[in-house]
Design a binder for this molecule. Sequence first.
Ligand SMILES: *Cc1c(COP(=O)(O)O)cnc(C)c1O
Length: 368
Amino acid sequence: MNPDRGRSGTSPEPGLNRWVRPAVRELRPYHIEDAAGLIKLDAMENPHPWPAELRGAFVEALRSVELNRYPDGEARALKQRLRGYLGLSDDTGLLLGNGSDELIQMIGLTVGGPGRCLLCPEPSFSMYRILAAVTGMRYVGVPLCGRDFDLDHEAMLGAIDRQQPAVVVLSYPNNPTGNLFERRSIEAVIEASPGLVLIDEAYFDFSGETLLDRVTGRPPVLVLRTLSKIGLAGLRVGFLIGDPQWLAEINKVRLPYNIGALSQASADWVLSHAEVLREQALRIRRDRDALCSALRRFEVLEVWVSHTNFLLVRAPGLGESLHAGLKAEGILVKSLHGSHPLLADCIRITVGSAEENQALLAALARRL
Ligand SMILES: *Cc1c(COP(=O)(O)O)cnc(C)c1O
């Protein structure tokens, strides 16, 4: 989107070109569509509400939060809870962010600057490119293999050798393609990388696959997780796991009170009932597989296997029109057409509740 547009008739403010950093001037903002009144299957949220019988206890737990005080800047209680939840030993580093996006930004602020580069396969999570630009890094994208979206082993190793990236980011499983890269290729990327390797496991709860066992080795691997996709997107809590010396450096660029008091208390309470989250994640996995099979019955659709809570779907030749058609039917999905050549005619559908998935299938039956 051109920021000069919309103020029709006015010429661009001259100060903009002079003072706004070119990397920021050139950015296209992260686009979030207005979902008002629509069935929301665009943002990988958990569709299941918290069980009614637990809500009273949750609200009770928040009563003691003192909003006149700053939150605990180190979020000690929540970190302790997370260590238990993740089974982390005390000598493994743990850092919290206001969503995992903020942690990627913090890594960029720590290692970014002139001559520094962030490298990742693409298509992948669009925030990597934005955060590279924001933190003064060159962004290098290496195309995934065409059909199954696996890492292009040779191309990745070649690019790493040429670019010497400060940080390589792998989304595991990958957003928006939903697949897990071959572990063998990931190991080769780790071995070849001169700098950090960030493994973004935003969808761990739906894949069950992790590289957490690699964070203590060399070269440094950091694992990124979030509470957003398992049901707490509104809280904005992400966490980074890895070498304590690296995390101590990254911690220096963190704003002192980056996790609000209500988010800390909420996340702590919710994780003390982690069995609810686990049960919901299991349900979403089952619904995903059922939805995948149902979508495959539409002959015109190509549907990829997913290790996440969303499905990548191609409707050859339809371009933007399937997204628009579903929106007209009251269903919001993510349009990927135009975002990358490998994603022509693609949409990404977040797995919804059973009723929402039925509504989607009915809408598709009318439109296809
Ligand atoms: C959704 C997503 C994130 C961002 O998660 P937040 O914790 O909500 O900021 C990070 N990485 C990937 C791959 C995602 O899909």
